[in-house]
Design a protein around this ligand. Structure first.
Ligand SMILES: NC(=O)c1ccc[n+]([C@@H]2O[C@H](COP(=O)([O-])OP(=O)(O)OC[C@H]3O[C@@H](n4cnc5c(N)ncnc54)[C@H](OP(=O)(O)O)[C@@H]3O)[C@@H](O)[C@H]2O)c1
Length: 323
C-alpha cells in the first residue's frame, strides 16, 4: 500500500491515513501526486462550510500535478506521463483520480510544482474572464486580489492579451509584487478608497472587465469603475456576500454582472474549458509569458499548518502540498 491521504478529524485536526491503492474507470486516470494546490474552498471544507457534492471524494484538494500511475483504457493518456488536473476532491493525497477531460499534459521543461499551480486558476480565469466576461485584446481589466493564486494568473493572462491591467493587493510590498508580474497599475485597497485611487490614475469609469473575488462593500465600486458595456465576473466573496449597488448605474452603463463557481460547471463545460486552456493558455506557460507566482510548499502531513498560513493572508501566490 502506498496511498496516503489527509483525513478531516474535525475543523482543527487533520490526520495522515493510509489505505488501499486507487483504481480508476476507463475515462479516468490515477495520478501519483507530486504536488497538490491549496485553495480557499479547502479551508471552508475543513470547517464544515463547503460540503463536497455527494459524488465527490470527501478528501480535500481540487487540483494536483504528478505522473500517471494508471491510465483508463479510454483516457487517451499513458502511464508515466506528467500531468496536472482538476480532481473531484481527493487532492490532499499521494494518489488521486482525475477525469481525462479535466487533465492537461505538462509540457517538457515545466516542473510539477509549477504545473500544480495551474488547473484551478486556469479554468477559473478562462471561464470567467473570457467565456463569461468576454475580455478581448486591448481592453482594460481590473483584478481584485491580484497576487492570489487565481489573481496572479489573471494579471498575466491580461498582459499576454495586450490588455491594460489594474490590480489590487493589501500592502505596499504586495503591490510591488503585482508590478513585478506585469500589472500596469497596482492599488493598495487598504490605503485609500479604490474609487479615489482610480480617479487619480485616470481610469475611473474606464474599466471594461472586473474580476471580482471580494464582493461586499466593494461591489458598488466595481459597478462605478466600469465603462459603458462593462462586465463584472464575480468568483469570490472575501468581503462578504451581501452588497448594496446603484442599479441606475447598471442601466446607464448597460453593465453585465455575472458569477460562477467552478465546481458547479457541468462535465461538458469543464471539458470544453480544458480544451481551450490547453490551446490558449498552456503555450503561454511554455513561452514564459505566464509564470505562476508561488509562495511556499508544505509537506502533505503539514496540511493544517498550510491552511492556517493561508487563512492569515500573509502569502503572495500559490501554496502547495508536497505529496
Ligand atoms: N468561483 C470560482 O470558481 C473560484 C475558483 C477558485 C477560487 N475562487 C475564489 O477566488 C479567490 C482567490 O482564491 P485563492 O485560492 O487564489 O486564494 P488566496 O490566494 O488566498 O487569495 C485571496 C485574495 O483575496 C484578497 N483579499 C482577501 N481579503 C480581502 C479583503 N478584505 N479585501 C480585498 N481583498 C482581499 C487577498 O489580497 P491580499 O493578500 O493582497 O490582501 C488575496 O489576493 C477566493 O475568494 C476563492 O474562493 C473562486
Amino acid at each position: 500500500m502506498s496511498y496516503h491521504y489527509i483525513h478531516i478529524d474535525d475543523s482543527e485536526s487533520l490526520t495522515l491515513l493510509e489505505t488501499e491503492d486507487l483504481t480508476c474507470a476507463a475515462d479516468e486516470l490515477v495520478i501519483d501526486v507530486a504536488y497538490a494546490g491549496i485553495n480557499r474552498a479547502d479551508l471552508l471544507q475543513r470547517m464544515g462550510f463547503y460540503p463536497p457534492p455527494p459524488d465527490a471524494s470527501p478528501i480535500m484538494g481540487l487540483e494536483v500535478a504528478g505522473v500517471v500511475r494508471q491510465a483508463g483504457t479510454d483516457s487517451g493518456f499513458s502511464e508515466g506521463e506528467a500531468v496536472c488536473a482538476l480532481v473531484h476532491g481527493g487532492g490532499y493525497a499521494t494518489q488521486a483520480i482525475a477525469k481525462a477531460t479535466c487533465t492537461l499534459r505538462v509540457p517538457e521543461g515545466i516542473d510539477l510544482s509549477t504545473a500544480a499551480c495551474l488547473p484551478e486558476a486556469f479554468i477559473t480565469v478562462w471561464y470567467n474572464l473570457i467565456d463569461r466576461a468576454r475580455l478581448t485584446r486591448g481592453e482594460t481589466v481590473f483584478i481584485h486580489g491580484g497576487i492570489s493564486g487565481i489573481g496572479n494568473i489573471a494579471v498575466q493572462l491580461g498582459k499576454a492579451m495586450g490588455c491594460r491591467v489594474i490590480a489590487t493587493a493589501g500592502s505596499p510590498e504586495k503591490c510591488a509584487t503585482l508590478a513585478s508580474i506585469g500589472a500596469d497599475i497596482s492599488l493598495n485597497y487598504n490605503e485609500a478608497p479604490l474609487a479615489e485611487q482610480c480617479e487619480a490614475q485616470g481610469v475611473f469609469g474606464a474599466v471594461d472587465v472586473v474580476l471580482d473575488m471580494v464582493g461586499g462593500d466593494f461591489e458598488q465600486f466595481n459597478l462605478a469603475c466600469l465603462a459603458v458595456d462593462g462586465r463584472i465576473a464575480c468568483i469570490g466573496l472575501m468581503r462578504g456576500g451581501q452588497a448594496t449597488i446603484d442599479l441606475t448605474q447598471l442601466l446607464m452603463k448597460r453593465a453585465t454582472l455575472t458569477g460562477s463557481t467552478l465546481r458547479r460547471l457541468t462535465p461538458d463545460e469543464k471539458a470544453r474549458c480544458f480544451r481551450d486552456v490547453a490551446e490558449h493558455m498552456m503555450p503561454l506557460v511554455e513561452n514564459g509569458q505566464i509564470v505562476p507566482l508561488m509562495d511556499r510548499t508544505f509537506a502533505l502531513a503539514d496540511a493544517l499548518a498550510a491552511q492556517t498560513y493561508m487563512s492569515t493572508g500573509g502569502h503572495a501566490g500559490k501554496l502547495l502540498l508536497r505529496c
